[in-house]
Design a protein around this ligand. Structure first.
Ligand SMILES: *Cc1c(COP(=O)(O)O)cnc(C)c1O
Length: 376
């Protein structure tokens, strides 16, 4: 069975070179591996221009582990977090805060509407007891891009701290520590950097992290302890994801060779445009307005033709070599297609053709949602 192309927001399609970097074993105590960790952390910090003010703390696990670690370490027990909510990953932040017993205020937005910096500033002005804002940059549940620079400005103007879940934008959409104040930016190995999954990391403001000593509810998720131990010994506290780190190192080399953030953004933007144009030509409609769409993952309305069923579309498209992603919306029937990973418009065109063939084979005749005509 040939390897499928993953059109999902992580794990995603990686290059052969990145996969081959995992063919070597590493000792966790070994000098060479410690140097690999330090080098990767320095490069991750550089991506957001944080070398003077921020530190990178890597953490074993998927991205959510790093989100939970950042919230549990950086938000004090008597802190209060505002969560602008326009989707599933924002709701996950709320769930983490509830689990940790941290107060939280939800500022609701529509799932097709970006978080509004003006409403965020007003909510902060109205409640001086709010200490932090936890903002998801691209809400991967739909693919909507939240206006992070303006939100960061609103949060800073109200004198509060900002924690950013930049999982699906890190390395893609610029974040600049020198111009955008934040206490933490959280991301992971297996998204836009095109590594394999298994490692999260937090770019934390050094002073904020120093102040967090002994605060975390958890030993394994204590970012301050992880950072201090790594500073002292050069090693991870517990068994490191050695192969994941080696793959990320190799992926970062390719990221640089490709041309860094502008090149990656250009490639993903072309993927996204080709995907949206191709699917519209099939009669499918996007959930978001184009101006709010991040070039990360696109949500499409499910066809209303009774012959349509996501599981069958999935199976038929998989048989043609592509892996789709189910929708994550509760009220509207949708499915999602990612445009990130080691793919370009050739794979996107082939994937669109596969979707078109699959829908035709299923007998789906009116792909457009009943509430609107198909875009030409
Ligand atoms: C992928 C992602 C996460 C982390 O999800 P995991 O399944 O734990 O890797 C968190 N937030 C956003 C916005 C994401 O896209």
């Amino acid at each position: 069975m040939p390897e499928p192309i993953l059109l999902t927001p992580g794990p995603l399609t990686t290059t052969r070179r990145t996969k081959e970097a995992m063919l070597q074993d590493w000792g966790s105590w070994d000098q060479d591996f410690n140097a690999l960790t330090a080098g990767v952390c320095a490069r991750l910090t550089d991506i957001v221009g944080g070398a003077d003010s921020h530190v990178c703390v890597p953490l074993q696990g998927s991205g959510t582990f790093a989100v939970e670690a950042a919230l549990g370490t950086l938000v004090p027990v008597d802190g209060k977090v505002l969560v602008p909510n326009n989707g599933a990953y924002c709701q996950r932040v709320v769930r983490i805060l509830n689990t940790l017993g941290r107060s939280c205020v939800v500022l609701p937005f529509g799932e097709d509407e970006p978080a509004d910096p003006v409403r965020i500033a007003r909510a902060l002005a109205d409640d001086p007891t709010i200490t932090h804002v936890a903002q998801v940059h691209c809400e991967t549940g739909t693919g909507i891009l939240n206006p992070l620079p303006a939100i960061a400005e609103a949060v800073a103007s109200q004198g509060r701290s900002l924690i950013v879940d930049a999982m699906s934008t890190f390395g893609l959409i610029p974040i600049d520590a020198a111009r955008m104040p934040f206490d933490a930016v959280i991301a992971a190995s297996g998204k836009c950097l095109e590594g394999v999954p298994g490692m999260g990391f937090v770019i934390a403001r050094r002073v904020a992290l120093e102040e967090a000593a002994g605060r975390c509810h958890s030993l394994a998720l204590d970012l301050h302890d992880q950072w201090r131990y790594m500073q002292r010994t050069g090693q991870w506290r517990f068994t490191p994801p050695t192969h994941v780190l080696a793959a990320l190192h190799e992926a970062l080399d390719q990221y640089r060779e490709e041309g860094g953030p502008p090149a990656r953004l250009g490639r993903y933007a072309r993927n996204c445009q080709a995907l949206v144009a191709g699917m519209r030509a099939l009669g499918l409609r996007t959930f978001l307005e184009d101006r709010f769409q991040a070039p990360v993952i696109v949500t499409f309305h499910a066809p209303t033709d009774p012959a349509y069923c996501f599981e069958e579309l999935y199976a038929r498209v998989k048989a043609r070599g592509f892996i789709l992603y189910p929708g994550k919306l509760t009220r509207v029937d949708t499915f999602r297609v990612g445009c990130i990973g080691a793919i370009d418009t050739r794979q996107i065109h082939a994937a669109v053709a596969a979707v078109g063939e699959a829908l035709a084979d299923m007998g789906v005749r009116h792909p457009a949602n009943a509430s609107g005509e198909a875009h030409p």
